[in-house]
Design a protein around this ligand. Structure first.
Ligand SMILES: [Zn+2]
Length: 113
């Protein structure tokens, strides 16, 4: 994912939501960023700072929570956290799995004034 365009899209939605609630400024945003999303929290902060200039989100505090990679084994349905590129089920040893979380960029909270 390209950080700038992802941030632009997110910012657009935040501002739209803030304005629909009659808010004048966005004070704080809490984001959940998956470890596998390819998005770096420093890049996100930088993009946010640049793109929020002259918008109601300018100067907003950005809190970023990392969401660990979690997968479900396709053989025995055990859910486990995969670290790095090691994805082997601890129960049955299968490497076939589907992603449950770790690929997202989600806004968890937004404080407005
Ligand atoms: Zn398994």
């Amino acid at each position: 994912m390209d950080c700038m365009s992802v941030t632009r899209e997110m910012l657009h939605q935040l501002i739209e939501k803030a304005q629909s609630e009659g808010a004048r400024r966005i004070k704080r945003v809490v984001l959940e960023v998956g470890e596998m999303s390819g998005l770096d929290s420093n890049d996100l902060r930088n993009s946010f700072q640049v793109l929020s200039r002259d918008t109601p989100a300018e100067g907003a505090e950005l809190a970023i929570t990392a969401v660990p990679l979690k997968v479900r084994c396709l053989s025995c349905s055990t859910e486990y956290s995969a670290s790095g590129f090691k994805m082997t089920c601890g129960e049955c040893g299968s490497i076939a799995s589907e992603l449950i979380s770790g690929n997202e960029l989600r806004v968890r909270e937004m404080e407005v004034t």
